[in-house]
Write a protein that binds this ligand. Structure first.
Ligand code: NAD
Ligand code: DAU
Length: 339
């Protein structure tokens, strides 16, 4: 089996590369990533030593470039992780999100059709459902919940998700979609909540919590997401959508306090800052379908996953220190400077 993974130099894509190299000794992986600010070749350092791993620096929006890779590598399956993934950045520059997340996904699907109906998996997100009220814990997102994206990011992901299902229906593309909740774990770019708070706390900087910190996210350890995608590739049915999540809802403020406790830092570092525009209140996934149909269960309890994550950031300081000392400083100033 030859799997082409897009976005493999990013957070979840890289974890998927390592998961697959370890669990499928008979698979070859072709990684396609344009190395945007969020892609990091040093993340793939170990993979690059494997004869079963090949890397192409390539933008998924470039049809000719993608075609040439398909022609040379002849993949059996494609997993599309490549995306602009940060909500706050999408509020600044929505157009880039539409281009990469929708048109880039289309380029990948067209290539799959041209080269013999290659199996395609689109990595979508729970954010396409919009949000749920804080006072209705009984409500969860199912695969049949209406799509009500709130941000340019989630609207672009909803576009790609719908396009994938349209390609299945119209052209018979052998495609599946997964809609996962918030991931955390090694190699997550420090613009996202958990690594941002770890990095700031370790440097005794303020911990910027949006609004009152009462928004709820449904957290899943990244390896559990990777296993879900792997299972869907192997056993999922084309045309189907699978929600992925572990019933692990947490308020932002509680996560930040937990991190302070684990790092031995005072809660006085917490600073409440102006809320995100259009900020979704609560996400909560109902994973009943993937559990019943594919036998998927999350394996990492949150307390264990968070400890492992904190340990990873402590043990891999050069990885994130290099990021936050570069262009990231301008981003941070723009985003948080006078918030
Ligand atoms: P990330 O931002 O860490 O990584 C994205 C990767 O895509 C980077 O390596 C980047 O260089 C690459 N990329 C961006 N634009 C590209 C382009 N035009 N061509 C080629 N490569 C390009 O993102 P992530 O958090 O790892 O998310 C991966 C996927 O999973 C995304 O599709 C995201 O929407 C989805 N997702 C993320 C989460 C989460 O909690 N992080 C949850 C559910 C779904
Ligand atoms: O639900 C899946 C989605 O999860 C993915 O599709 C996205 O790619 C991924 O980025 C993530 O989106 P969120 O917006 O939920 O993640 P983020 O880490 O940006 O924020 C998590 C919560 O923490 C959110 O309520 C905003 C809040 N937050 C975030 C940052 C960066 C803060 O309070 N302060 C911060 O500095």
């Amino acid at each position: 089996m030859r799997i082409l993974v897009t976005g493999g130099a990013g957070f979840i894509g890289a974890n998927f590369v390592y998961y697959t190299l370890k669990n499928h000794p008979d698979y070859d992986i072709i990684c396609v990533d344009s190395l945007t600010y969020a892609g990091n070749l040093s993340t793939l350092q170990k993979a690059l030593k494997s004869p079963r791993f090949t890397f192409y620096r390539q933008d998924i929006r470039d049809r000719d470039g993608i075609d040439a890779i398909f022609q040379k590598e002849r993949p059996d399956a494609v997993v599309n992780f490549a995306a602009e993934s940060h909500v706050d950045r999408s509020i600044e520059t929505p157009e880039l999100f539409l281009q990469t997340n929708i048109l880039g996904a289309q380029v990948m699907m067209d290539a799959c059709l041209r080269y013999g109906n290659v199996r395609f998996h689109q990595v979508s997100t729970d954010e396409i459902y919009g949000d749920l009220p804080l006072d209705r814990p009984d409500l969860l997102f199912t695969e049949n919940s209406p799509l009500r994206p709130s941000s340019p990011y989630s609207a672009s992901k909803a576009g790609a998700d719908m396009l994938t299902l349209a390609y299945f229906r119209t052209y018979g593309l052998r495609a599946t979609v997964s809609r996962c909740s918030n991931n955390y774990g090694p190699f997550q770019f420090p613009e996202k909540l958990i690594p941002l708070m770890i990095a700031n706390a370790l440097e005794d900087k303020p911990l910027p919590v949006y609004g009152q910190g009462l928004n709820v996210r449904d957290w899943l350890y990244v390896a559990d997401h990777c296993r879900a995608v792997d299972l869907i590739l192997e056993k999922g049915e084309p045309g189907q959508v699978y929600n992925v999540g572990g019933h692990n809802e947490m308020r932002n403020i509680d996560i930040v306090k937990l991190l302070c406790a684990q790092l031995g830092k005072p809660e006085s570092l917490i600073t409440f800052v102006t809320d995100r525009k259009g900020h979704d209140l609560r996400y909560a996934i109902d994973p009943a379908k993937i559990r019943a149909e594919l036998g998927w269960e999350p394996q990492t309890p949150f307390a264990e996953g968070l400890k492992k994550t904190v340990r990873w950031y402590l043990d891999n300081r050069p990885w994130w220190e290099q990021i936050i000392s570069g262009e990231y400083r301008n981003y941070y100033q723009r985003m948080y400077g006078d918030r």
